[in-house]
Design a protein around this ligand. Structure first.
Ligand SMILES: Cc1cc2nc3c(=O)[nH]c(=O)nc-3n(C[C@H](O)[C@H](O)[C@H](O)COP(=O)(O)OP(=O)(O)OC[C@H]3O[C@@H](n4cnc5c(N)ncnc54)[C@H](O)[C@@H]3O)c2cc1C
Length: 373
């Protein structure tokens, strides 16, 4: 019987798994090498979507995850982390337009909500966009998408878990796992503390492969870095996720905007000592693109620049649930974790306690990534 669970990592995944485990009656210790939300979950665009996700199983799982966010936000009075404003996307050139047409056609085929807007219709939704920045038509609108504020969500989930008896251990890295007779028995921390465990859940995000290695498992990862630019508060109306040709943006609380574009991801550099720097010209470019799109942001300055590391398993799909050869060791690792974590975390928690009633995690198990003999 599983009573004591150790969750490694207190990002969106660790917090979601911990909250679900405690709701189900388990005793949980969640351990983070830093502070909760100090990893990727503190440096993410966190757009909730299933826009262009394939195969079908991954699309459906993402749609169910969007629904889980909606349910959680509806259940918690004052839930302030969830925003469902929809997403607008358009392109600048013909080849990209063709890709967007295909994406819209594909998601419509899957029964996902999407429609095309004209410039006038888009301006009704986002009146502060410079009309010259929009094409006359073919602006894709995905009305059920939105974004979360991960730090607020993690705060809620952990607070809820602590009120049910969970312990949150910060600034103490996991350095070892005691494995014998096909089970993980305990987790060792840098402080010297030893945490006995009936089950362990690996929610270490970009570091998940290192934790897997401590359990004798090889988890292939192909992480990438992304640059996020946070502006000063600006008095402009932005209510949606915007994917424009040279800037992606969304509100980030108290009038701030969060800016990103894949073009600037290459501008992050990591030195041999681990120091991360970002080319100033790339930051200026993305800010200029936002100012051009929303002229009301002309006075915006850059408040901070963060670099997040996307935890991307080798084949791009989530790695969730138990491992066949080590059945009390579980994974909750993926890109798109802002979208998936509440739903996936609940399923992983149920499985860790032997309460799973379906095989919803079947397409995402670790075992598919093993090299075939
Ligand atoms: C630029 C960028 C844009 C993104 N955009 C989106 C998006 O639009 N939509 C979306 O859904 N997702 C998006 N993502 C992905 C999403 O943010 C991540 O999938 C998610 O935040 C991962 O959460 P996590 O809990 O797995 O990892 P993390 O938040 O990194 O948490 C892992 C935790 O584990 C801890 N840890 C690591 N090693 C140890 C150890 N040895 N001992 C103890 N603790 C340890 C870390 O300190 C960290 O706090 C984006 C990511 C980036 C970088």
């Amino acid at each position: 019987m599983v009573e004591q669970v150790v969750v490694i990592g207190a990002g969106v995944y660790g917090a979601a798994v911990t909250a679900s485990l405690t709701r189900r009656g388990a005793r949980v210790t969640v351990v983070d090498a830093g502070a909760p939300a100090s990893g990727t979950s503190g440096a993410t665009f966190s757009w909730t979507n299933s826009c262009g996700k394939k195969p079908r199983s991954y699309h459906d799982f993402s749609v169910e995850s969007m629904e889980a966010h909606r349910r959680l936000a509806a259940d918690v009075p004052g839930a302030d982390w969830y925003h469902e404003g929809g997403n607008l996307e358009w392109t600048a050139d013909d080849s990209e337009r063709e890709e967007l047409r295909k994406k819209v056609a594909d998601v419509l085929d899957f029964g996902y909500e999407a429609r095309w807007l004209t410039r006038a219709e888009a301006l009704e939704l986002e009146p502060d966009i410079d009309p010259a920045g929009l094409p006359a038509d073919e602006i894709a609108y995905f009305p059920r998408e939105g974004w979360i504020e991960p730090t607020r969500l993690i705060g809620h989930l952990l607070s809820n878990a602590v009120s049910r008896g969970a312990e949150v251990v910060s600034d103490d890295a996991v350095t070892g796992l005691e494995v014998n007779a096909g089970s993980v028995r305990a987790v060792q921390l840098a402080s010297g503390r030893r945490l006995p465990a009936d089950a362990v859940v690996n929610c270490a995000g970009p570091q998940a492969a290192r934790i897997a290695e401590l359990a004798g498992l090889a988890l292939p990862m192909r992480n990438t870095r992304g640059v996020l630019v946070y502006t000063s508060p600006v008095a402009v109306s932005v209510s949606r996720v915007i994917h424009a040709p040279h800037v992606h943006l969304r509100p980030d609380g108290a009038g701030r905007l969060l800016l990103h574009t894949p073009d600037t991801d290459e501008a992050a550099h990591v030195s041999d000592t681990g120091e991360i720097t970002v080319d100033q010209s790339a930051v200026d470019e993305v800010l200029d693109a936002a100012r051009a799109l929303y002229p009301g942001t002309r006075a915006a300055t850059v408040e901070s620049v963060r670099v997040g590391e996307r935890p991307i398993p080798g084949d791009g799909l989530p790695v969730l649930g138990r491992v066949v050869e080590l059945p009390n060791f579980h994974f909750a690792v993926s890109h798109s974790g802002a979208t998936l974590s509440v739903h996936a975390g609940d399923l992983v928690a149920a499985e860790a306690l032997g309460e799973d009633r379906s095989d919803a995690l079947a397409p995402f198990r670790f075992d598919r990534l093993r090299p075939r003999a």
